[in-house]
Write a protein that binds this ligand. Sequence first.
Ligand SMILES: [Zn+2]
Ligand SMILES: [Zn+2]
Length: 112
Amino acid sequence: MTATDTRPPVDVPAGLLPSLQFPDLGTLPDERGRGAACLWGGEPLSIATALDLGEHPHEGTTLFLRGCRVCTLRAALAAHKAHPGMCEQCTDDPSICEIRRGLRRLALELRR
Ligand SMILES: [Zn+2]
Ligand SMILES: [Zn+2]
């Protein structure tokens, strides 16, 4: 990290992680399981481009997952689209659903 790097990193709120569709963690290549490569596409990641997707305990180890911007955006858009069908709040009144709003905000931030 240098002083000239001023682009604010996009933060993926932990509350939205369960809505994102992850690949099968059991068959994840090692470098994706430790956050060295994009969880979805397997692209090599740098600190500047990687998005933190949190720690996920899996079969006795802890996976540290990260994604590139492009794949995370794709996952956020897919989640945003699929979400209302799985959410009671959205059946009632989608305008006050925090998760739906959060997914939308995340997708907008990633697009920048
Ligand atoms: Zn990717
Ligand atoms: Zn909802």
